[in-house]
Design a protein around this ligand. Structure first.
Ligand SMILES: [Fe+2]
Ligand SMILES: [Fe+2]
Length: 519
């Protein structure tokens, strides 16, 4: 029998080819995305969690000579199904509220590692009924660390998933009593721990959690009809472990900050001290850059607070954003102090290399001085991939004479673009401050116009593409920057003259248009 090959029209064939090409592009896009690594970590995590939960610790099993190591296989399969469902729920929650974790395998591994350690602690607690308080301690650890590393909402959500797993680690299905005691500690810690500005904060928070856990455990014990001795032991042990957790976390805080790449407000305050070696060096070697950084700090802090972002982080980030200028301070306009520009002797391409180089130099200095990663981002991203306009235009001017082509991409910073709201604020504050510095006659309206113009140029240039800044937030930032700048320049702001006032003309005030210069 012959099968006649169906004739396909050229248009249909073209559509088919396009579909398969699109499928291939999607597939290669998925392979190159961070999802395969995240899926691998999730699968490994699920396997290890099932292995931990499948260990049979009921009724002192492990202490018997004929002990079976794992639970019956039917129970393990059922347990595995529950673990997969809980972990998938947690993965969806992470993807929804902190999807940045998925693109960073180290953070994902740190998170998975933390939960595995906590589950092991809880499993040890399940060896004897008197040790059950360890489960409460592990939930409080999770709540505090996640609140410090991320935020309250994320900490409560993820710890809730952890508490479900911990309940299965304790017994076949742990009592509601244990779950409620754990949640009392978790909720108290998450809500009372907003930021750590003092050394006593964690102890204060865990003291509050200790009271909440103690009262909850005692009340639940009474409802169960236990005698006084049992109630005092269970509530006392749960309260004591909560306080102990606070002391341990206080001691491990620097390690937690390193592992999760974060800096608590306490650390940030330490770095904002002018006696920090790096800031002292900046003040000595590049005094102009130092005062520029302090000013950007004031602008950025107010702008960050206006949109509910971390004002302290923005201020301290601003202090360090230009430390790379320390290597060649005299090449930057704020350190020239009226002397002739060094760039006059150089070609635009060479000047551009020096200007762009301050970002790379800054990152190297930050590494040398072990600056926290969270502060390093401001050095890397404060210019994003913007164009060094002044030298680009200089190069274009010279290009006509020599007939050589000047590419715009050669005169751009190498990036990356800002990834957080605070970094975007620093970028805008820095640009606005540089533009306003060149103006002599400033009015509040003129300041507003510069700020809006700079914000729109950065937005259209795609510099805010990688941070989740909304247009409403951008407009609030613009407003805040305008107010701070106007307040700072109030001595210089030009007010309408009185009709009888003589019309004095300062020769320096002839040109009022913002002139881009080497920043
Ligand atoms: Fe800079
Ligand atoms: Fe700057």
């Amino acid at each position: 029998m012959f099968f006649k090959k169906k004739k396909i029209s050229a248009r249909r064939q073209h559509v088919r080819d396009n579909i398969s090409a699109e499928k291939f592009t999607r597939l290669s896009g998925f392979i190159n995305s961070p999802f395969p690594t995240a899926l691998f970590i999730l699968t490994l995590f699920i396997i290890l969690v099932i292995a931990i939960l499948a260990l049979d610790t009921s009724d002192g099993q492990v202490f018997r000579p004929d002990a079976k190591f794992f639970k019956p296989y039917r129970e393990v399969i059922a347990l595995g199904t529950v673990v997969i469902l809980v972990c998938l729920g947690a993965a969806i929650y992470i993807n929804h509220y902190q999807n940045r974790i998925i693109s960073r395998p180290t953070r994902l591994t740190a998170l998975a590692g933390l939960f595995l350690i906590l589950l092991v602690i809880t499993k040890i607690g399940s060896l004897a009924p008197e040790w059950i308080f360890l489960a409460t301690g592990s939930a409080v650890i999770s709540a505090i660390i996640l609140t410090i590393a991320y935020n309250q909402r994320f900490a409560i959500g993820i710890t809730l998933f952890y508490c479900i797993l911990a309940s299965f680690a304790v017994g076949k299905i742990a009592t509601v009593e244990l779950f409620l005691t754990m949640m009392a500690g978790v909720v108290t810690c998450c809500f009372s721990l907003r930021e750590i500005r003092t050394r006593m904060k964690i102890i204060e928070v865990t003291t509050m959690a200790c009271v909440a856990v103690g009262i909850t455990a005692a009340a639940l014990g009474a409802i169960q009809g236990r005698d006084m001795r049992q109630i005092s032991y269970s509530s006392g042990a749960a309260a004591a472990i909560t306080i102990a957790v606070g002391l341990v976390i206080q001691g491990f805080l620097p390690i937690i900050e390193k592992v999760f790449g974060i800096a608590t407000s306490m650390t940030l305050m330490d770095y904002s001290d002018a006696n920090q070696p790096l800031l002292r060096k900046l003040a000595m070697e590049a005094p102009g850059t130092f005062s520029h950084s302090l000013f950007i700090g004031a602008i950025a802090e107010a702008a960050a607070e206006a949109i509910g972002a971390n004002g302290l982080l923005a201020r301290v980030g601003a202090y360090y954003h230009d430390i790379g200028k320390m290597n060649k301070p005299a090449y930057f306009v704020e350190n020239q102090m009226g002397s002739a520009s060094r760039h006059e002797q150089l070609s635009p391409a060479m000047s551009q290399l020096i200007i762009v180089g301050h970002v790379k130099d800054g990152v190297e200095i930050a590494r040398e001085y072990a600056l926290p990663t969270v502060l390093r981002q401001f050095i890397e991203t404060h210019h994003g991939t913007t164009l060094v306009e002044y030298f680009y235009h200089e190069a274009v001017k010279k290009q006509d004479d020599k007939q050589s082509h000047v590419s715009e991409s050669e005169f751009r910073y190498t990036g990356p673009k800002p990834r957080t709201k605070e970094a975007a604020i620093i970028m805008l504050s820095d640009a606005v401050e540089s533009a306003s510095r060149t103006l002599t006659e400033l009015t509040p309206t003129k300041i507003e116009a510069i700020v809006h113009n700079m914000a729109m140029r950065r937005l259209q240039d795609g510099q805010f593409d990688e941070c989740d800044l909304t247009l409403r937030e951008l407009s609030r930032i613009e407003k805040s920057i305008s107010i701070t700048l106007a307040a700072h320049h109030h001595g210089r702001v030009a007010y309408p003259k009185a009709p009888d006032e003589p019309d004095e003309k300062d020769p320096l005030q002839k040109n009022n248009s913002p002139k881009p210069g080497p920043q």
